[in-house]
Design a binder for this molecule. Sequence first.
Ligand code: MG
Ligand code: ZN
Length: 287
Amino acid sequence: MGDSIFTCCYVPPHPPGEGDPPGSRSRRSEITMTSNSANISSDKRFLIFFDFDETIVDETSDDMVVQAAPGQHLPDWLKDTYQPGRYNEYMQRVLAYLAEQGVTESDIRSIMEKIPASPGMLTLLQFLRTRPPQDFEVVLLSDANSFFIESWLRRAGARQIFHRIFSNPATFNKDGRLVMRPFHSHDCARCPNNMCKQVVVRDYVARRTEERGRPYQRIFYVGDGANDFCPALALGPRDVAFPRRDFPMHRLITETHEAMPGDFKAVTVPWASGEEVVQRLRRLVAE
Ligand SMILES: [Mg+2]
Ligand SMILES: [Zn+2]
């Protein structure tokens, strides 16, 4: 990525927990890295969720981190430990292996900082940043981890756009190893055992609607993966799903429309560039 288009106006986020009413923090908000909803003003008309890998960035950060390994690949004995549905535990082993090989925090950060944004995505982020403050509440929801995401967003100067980030918490321990923990547990059969994004979306929307005392005008979801299909199922007919064109989320929506008409309620706007998302949002905010 080249020099940031946002660096001129970077504002550090609020420290976590600032302004909390006593007892208001759920377990889930405690393990995210960002300010909680007590810091978000209640006048926002729209709520927009973003996935990270292959949505904001044009790669999968878990694959990119392998570039830090000796020879830029993982040994077969380590790859062979992957079990279906247990991806998060596998990544914990990958991160432990990298630390054993002497890979440092700055090595990992510099790999993350170089991941390119998806086409048109910086334009979309810039659009959100320059809208009036009462327009968008912006939430990032990712099965990568908090360190990868924060590293990329800070380099892009885009960190302050996001009011909340929900991801697997990851911090360096005293031995210099990046330790990642599962985000939560759930009982959705569709999703990996450490994260169901639909549970996060439903909980977040319910809690924020209560705090605000009114619903959002519309909810948007920008994603690409199979694990973005599950949360998009929770959207209503006024909401808009933005699946990356020809990626798994888009295919699952198309298949659901054919097999079970009416099950998927949101308006669907596929995108190949973030500029297509901007065009649709411009029309909707003008309504
Ligand atoms: Mg993705
Ligand atoms: Zn799910």
